[in-house]
Ligand binder design. Structure first.
Ligand SMILES: Cc1ncc(COP(=O)(O)O)c(C=O)c1O
Length: 368
């Protein structure tokens, strides 16, 4: 007898994926957005050199990209002073986090991090059938490295250190990180997520390439989405010892980085003037925004990134919703378990002014 098609509802999915929440996939509403300060994007925009490179290479997109992305890896090799063989490109830092999980995790291997932090560490570990485990940040909202060491077990394979941490914007002293790396057991890999490294005070930037050279089990994650203003291109890279990079290539989709992304990245790297304008502008605006929030009586965690985490002292979700009515988008999240806190990206001066004006109007209204 013929069976009636049952539809696709009864196809079982991997248990570890069941229960994950899709990331903000609702269709955006039609409301006018006046300042999009919810994704830590770079409102200064991409370098004109990157845009030119994208436009020029658009005519040849009928060819697959070079899977090695050599043009960009060689430029990155010159920037960081490491051989291109110690660099891998990815479909954003997000793509690299998934790749790391897919390369190094066997079922039930543990992945450790502090929380709140970047949520993809947890979800990518689960998708790869690992066991994610978050411990709290320390009292200053920084990654608690002592706590991570104590939480490690023989099953711990990956440990994330987000520096600066998203959403808190906090960093750790490089000496503290190095002392931590010295205590990491064999067969455990530390992932130093440096997505926001370009906005840090120079003297606090970890000397990660020298740590790799010394043989510490560390991999550094970088992205072109922030300081280089290429979030829409999806381009990131990792720096690590040659063997780690070789293993990552085994699990990587061959063409996961588009030809346009490689060209855009190389163009962006060549435009040091634009990079300086962006990073200096954001540092200046960050200070101004922090001061402005404090002047309004709000607690602010000093940030080393292109966003600020601050305490509204009342239900942040309600305030985010009210701000959205003014076309101002900032972020708060139940997963942070800090219901009065919000994160605002540091934009260009006009966007930051619009945010502060709308915040004043909303807070005025709420306290009436
Ligand atoms: C800490 C952190 N790591 C990685 C990423 C992902 O960056 P990409 O846009 O390169 O995927 C982000 C993005 O916001 C982030 O905040």
């Amino acid at each position: 007898m013929e069976q009636k098609p049952s539809g696709s509802k009864s196809i079982p999915i991997r248990h570890s994926v069941d229960g994950l929440t899709p990331y903000l996939t609702d269709k955006p509403d039609d409301r006018e957005v006046r300042a999009r300060l919810c994704f830590n994007e770079n409102l200064y925009g991409p370098s004109p050199a990157a845009v030119k490179a994208i436009v020029q290479s658009a005519l040849t997109v009928h060819f697959y990209p070079d899977p090695g992305g050599w043009e960009l890896r060689e430029a990155l090799s010159r920037k960081h002073g490491v051989p291109a063989e110690q660099i891998i490109l990815g479909n954003g830092a997000d793509g690299l986090i998934s790749l790391i999980s897919n390369t190094f995790l066997n079922p039930e291997d543990e992945v450790l991090f502090c929380e709140p932090t970047f949520p993809i560490y947890r979800s990518s570990a689960r998708i790869a059938m690992g066991t994610p485990r978050g411990i709290p940040l320390d009292a200053a909202c920084r990654f608690d490295l002592e706590g991570l060491l104590k939480a490690m077990t023989p099953k711990t394979r990956l440990v994330y250190v987000c520096n600066p941490n998203n959403p808190t914007g906090t960093i750790l002293d490089p000496e503290v990180i190095e002392a931590f790396l010295k205590k990491i057991p064999e067969e455990t890999l530390v992932i130093l997520d440096e997505a926001y490294v370009d906005f840090m005070d120079a003297e606090m930037v970890p000397p990660v390439t020298s740590w790799i050279e010394k043989g510490y089990p560390v991999i550094s994650l970088r992205t072109f989405s922030k300081a280089y203003g290429l979030a829409g291109m999806r381009l990131g890279y990792a720096l690590a010892a040659r063997e780690i990079i070789e293993n990552l290539y085994k699990a990587r989709e061959p063409f996961c980085v588009s030809a346009l992304a490689v060209k855009a990245g190389a163009g962006a790297l060549s435009d040091t003037g634009h990079y300086r304008k962006v990073t200096e502008g954001i540092r200046r605006e960050r200070q101004g925004l922090q001061d402005a929030l404090k002047k309004r009586g709000l607690s602010v965690i000093p940030s080393q990134a292109n966003f600020i985490f601050f305490d509204l002292g009342m239900d942040a979700e309600g305030i985010c919703r009210r701000l959205a009515e003014y076309g101002i988008l900032i972020r708060c999240s139940p997963s942070w378990k800090m219901p009065t806190w919000a994160r605002v990206s540091v934009g260009i001066p006009e966007a930051n002014r619009l945010f502060l004006r709308a915040l004043d109007a909303v807070l005025d209204d709420m306290t009436k």
